[in-house]
Ligand binder design. Structure first.
Ligand code: ZN
Ligand code: ZN
Length: 279
């Protein structure tokens, strides 16, 4: 299904990406309930997973990482919630890149005119410029939510980057799909005690903590301990609740696992992360 016509990409001076020609890299534009976006660059392809920011904000966040919108080869959407999809239409019209999303997510989006949608079967991998993209079905309260695993055969060998946010619990399918990652951005949304003692209404607390909501710190840690391996170089921990979580708590909880991991850092809503190079 192609909805609307694809706008020509504006003529822009391309930045020197400065990225590794033989490796891969990824970065967060910002992560949390007020907006998400993750850049993944592999095999010369630059894709953005989700955009929950205004076009002006997105441009500023991309510029911080040395990127202009016209350099994006593809946009991918995990699900229709506004912190992931609200910025997609304006950005897609602006940059001209196609937007990949599940059929269910495409149906849930209202504002799809004027840019190219490329819906995918959420049970099948597809390719973007030599990068194999595996959609991963996750339990979350959206129409057909998927997260993504990216694989490419690079000069340094096969490399895998995973992006995993917005899931209520970890399924065996999720664990199987995220094994073997060299780079990983994963959700550690809330501390369960803080959530239950906090000021959110009971219905929202139940939604967040439910099986279709978000991962609590303890669930996220258990997931990481399950999928970690000796070649996992860097983990970004994101979608951290500003209301129901605390960086100090996460730091304490992850202390043991981070001591034996290459790198583990927390991603903020305001600043995201710097580029993470995968070698
Ligand atoms: Zn979200
Ligand atoms: Zn969501």
């Amino acid at each position: 299904m192609t909805a609307g016509r694809r706008h020509d990409a504006p003529t822009q001076v391309r930045f020197d990406l400065g990225g590794p020609s033989s490796g891969a890299r990824f970065a967060s534009l910002g992560s949390g309930s007020r907006g998400n976006g993750t850049l993944v660059q592999m095999n010369g392809q630059l894709v953005l997973v989700d955009c929950g920011f205004t076009l002006k904000d997105t441009r500023a966040r991309l510029a911080r990482l040395g990127i202009e919108p016209g350099q994006l080869d593809a946009l991918l959407v995990t699900h229709e919630h506004s912190d992931h999809a609200r910025g997609i239409p304006a950005l897609a019209r602006h940059c001209g890149a196609p937007t990949y999303l599940s059929y269910g997510t495409a149906r849930a989006l209202c504002d799809w005119d004027g840019f190219e949608l490329r819906p995918f079967d959420s049970h099948s991998s597809f390719e973007i410029g030599g990068v194999n993209v595996t959609p991963v079905s996750v339990p979350h309260d959206a129409r057909e939510p998927t997260q993504f695993v990216f694989d490419a055969n690079l000069a340094c060998g096969p490399r895998r980057i995973g992006v995993l946010t917005d899931l209520g619990h970890v399924t065996r399918h999720v664990v199987d799909c995220y094994r073997g990652c060299h780079g990983l951005l994963m959700e550690s949304n809330h501390d369960l005690d803080m959530l239950w003692k906090g000021r959110y209404p009971a219905s929202l607390k139940s939604r967040i903590a439910g099986t279709q909501g978000h991962l609590a710190n303890a669930q996220a840690l258990e997931f990481l301990e399950t999928v970690r391996h000796e070649h996992l170089q860097h983990v970004l921990v994101g979608h951290i609740s500003e209301e129901n979580n605390c960086p100090r708590l996460i730091g304490e909880l992850y202390e043991d696992v981070s001591a034996t991991l290459g790198n583990l850092e927390l991603v903020t809503q305001a600043h995201g992360s710097d580029w993470v190079e995968i070698t």
